[in-house]
Ligand binder design. Sequence first.
Ligand SMILES: [Zn+2]
Length: 93
Amino acid sequence: MVVVPKRPSKHLRPPRPLLASHASASDKADGRWMTQSMPSGSAVKSYRCPGCQQTIAAGTPHVVVWPYEPGWLSERAVDERRHWHTSCWARRR
Ligand SMILES: [Zn+2]
């Protein structure tokens, strides 16, 4: 986790109110990402973690990650959300 300097930007506003709370920026080798932790109560589906290719079972607390800059992969960065194990995301560079 890298400390992000405080710099006002319109990009800090998430596209959907659902993700407005508790999202934070994270700088990795390939750019800046927004992350939000997903508590066990919110994890109602299982996902495949891109870090280890293992399943994140429903009910497992994990993190949701999406590109900081909309348009990097798609018009809507929120469409690029990926679900990661918390530990796998922490190990990613
Ligand atoms: Zn993983």
